[in-house]
Design a protein around this ligand. Structure first.
Ligand code: GLY
Length: 295
């Protein structure tokens, strides 16, 4: 039975189906929300993903992503990360699939992680067990951490996050492939993986115009200048003759490791500075919240 949202503050309207990370729209009031609902449901802005919409009160806080693997019995959370969904500096403008990410996310203190374990991850595992769902694989919990350090679930996905994976995987120590196999076989152990010291930062290089319309086929220069502890992940790229070209909205993810978030940020932007393609855009403030905490 649909429920009517009675609140007065900002409202979030979401296409219920998959919309490439762009289906959630923050509206300042009911009139704006109604306009977006018409666009989603009548004008089919997100295709059939918008046949059902979710309307929620806007949560205020800091987002964090918890990627975890489970064999249905043991749930192993990986290091907490934070992505930057908005296209603009200071987390402004329309949402994207993610313009950058960093890990660890300092908003997830040990106390907050304890709450996430007891209030989110434990209950989801128990709920699946109660419903006899033999789920083995990845659980992605997209959370909002409010001012009091309380976690609220925004979404669950049964996949890794992008660009969160680009900062979480480089920090994992241990045999990740074996851990995934163990998850599939029902033999995952709670201490299968550990997290290395230090931090990772990923800056996404996107096509001009993204998340709106953008051109494709622009040659990408400077990819061979990668340095130590810098990884360039390909997303929206294609190979034309010998030259990689742009082929999507989010083109590349430049990840760097460092002893601290600041060290990783500096190194990531150093990597970014060597890469060019026509219309290239990126955010120059990735990890700003963590940097503010580090200072
Ligand atoms: N970065 C958001 C997601 O992967 O859903």
């Amino acid at each position: 039975m649909p429920r009517i949202y009675e609140g007065e503050g900002p409202i979030v309207v979401k296409a219920s189906g998959l919309a490439a990370g762009k289906g959630a729209i923050v509206c300042s009031d009911r009139d704006e929300a109604k306009r977006h609902i018409v666009e989603i449901m009548d004008d089919h802005r997100f295709g059939s993903a918008g046949d059902t919409v979710v309307i929620e009160e806007m949560l205020v806080g800091e987002e964090a992503s918890i990627l975890a693997i489970t064999d249905g019995r043991v749930l192993l959370p990986l290091v907490a990360s934070q992505d930057h969904k908005a296209v603009g500096e200071g987390d402004t403008g329309p949402n994207t699939g993610g313009m950058g990410a960093y890990a660890p996310a300092p908003v997830v203190t040990p106390e907050v992680m304890e709450k996430i374990n007891t209030r989110v991850l434990g209950p989801i595992l128990r709920a699946m067990t109660d419903r006899e769902i033999d789920y083995r694989g990845v659980i992605y919990a997209g959370l909002m951490i409010d001012e009091a350090g309380d976690p609220y679930v925004i979404e669950f996905n049964c996949r890794f996050g992008d660009p969160e994976a680009q900062v979480v995987f480089p920090l994992i120590e241990g045999d990740f492939g074996q851990a995934l196999l163990d998850a599939a076989n029902g033999t995952l152990s709670q201490d299968a993986l550990t997290v290395s010291e230090g931090a990772a930062v990923c800056v996404v290089l996107a096509s001009g115009g993204y998340p709106g319309s953008y051109g494709k086929g622009f040659p990408i220069e400077g990819l061979d200048v990668a340095a130590d502890n810098i990884f360039v992940f390909h997303a929206g790229t294609a190979e034309e003759t010998d030259v990689p070209v742009t082929a999507g909205g989010r083109v590349l993810g430049v990840t760097a490791l460092g002893d601290s978030i600041k060290g990783a940020v500096d190194r990531a932007y150093q990597g970014v500075s060597s890469i060019t393609f026509e219309g290239m855009q990126y955010r120059s403030d990735i990890a700003w919240r963590a940097l503010a905490r580090e200072q």
